[in-house]
Structures are given as C-alpha cells and as structure tokens.
Ligand binder design. Structure first.
Ligand code: 5GP
Ligand code: ZN
Length: 113
C-alpha cells in the first residue's frame, strides 16, 4: 500500500530502528515509546486491523505472538513481564491502520483488565 506508513517502513522507504525481520513480520522500535521497551510487531502483509484478519491468517497471528515472546526474551523483559497491545479501531485509539501489536516492558504497568 503506497500511502501506508508501516508498508513504507517495511519497504525501507521510511527509516526505522529494526529489531527483527523474517518472511512474515517486521519489528521495530516505536517512535514515541510508552515504556523502556516498546516494539511494534507488524505483518508484512497489509491488513488494516484485526477486523480484516481471516482464517487464512491464523498462522500469521500465532507467529506474531511467538515473535513477541522471542523479542521479550532478547530484550531481557521475559522474566520481569511484558504486555502485548493491539488497538483495533476508533474506540481503542488506533492511529496507524496497518495491523500491529505493541510489545511493552521494562516498567510496572497499571492493570487495565
Ligand atoms: P496505534 O496508536 O495505532 O495503536 O499505534 C501506532 C504507533 O505507531 C504509536 O505508538 C506511534 O508512536 C507509532 N508510530 C507512528 N508513526 C511512527 C513512525 O514513523 N515510526 C515509528 N517507529 N513509530 C511510529
Ligand atoms: Zn500497510
């Protein structure tokens, strides 16, 4: 998607602090970190949000969670704990409409749910 910020980051047209990449996902540091560790994990395939995921994306969605686990280990936050956030749509405050999961850690968070 030409005018999608995260598609352009994945393509290297916009610089990012890459943390990890494989054939399915790209992970990079959030430009405005909300915690000492704040990484965005995005599928290389453009999906606007979780609403657009279909049964064929089941493997991809599982892969994103296992990537989060792997990055939590490599960032040294696996034992202290971390949070994975997906904002879907307006009420959740989604601002970039390319599906992404926030991996947050390195701080004690307020319990939301
Ligand atoms: P959302 O609010 O949609 O769940 O999350 C979007 C995230 O993307 C925000 O945390 C925001 O700081 C981050 N972000 C927005 N623009 C950029 C950018 O150009 N580069 C990086 N690395 N992160 C960005
Ligand atoms: Zn995109």
């Amino acid at each position: 998607m030409q005018d999608c910020l995260f598609c352009n980051i994945i393509a290297g047209n916009i610089p990012s602090q890459k943390v990890y990449e494989d054939e399915l996902v790209y992970a990079f540091r959030d430009i405005a970190p909300a915690a000492p560790v704040h990484i965005l994990i995005v599928p290389k395939e453009h999906l606007c949000c979780l609403n657009e995921a279909k049964p064929e994306h089941q493997m991809l969605l599982g892969h994103i969670l296992l990537t989060a686990q792997k990055l939590a280990k490599s960032e040294g936050i696996a034992d202290s704990g971390y949070r994975i956030v997906n904002n879907c749509g307006e009420n959740a405050g989604q601002t970039v409409f390319h599906l992404h999961f926030h991996l947050l850690g390195g701080a004690q968070f307020t319990k939301l749910v």
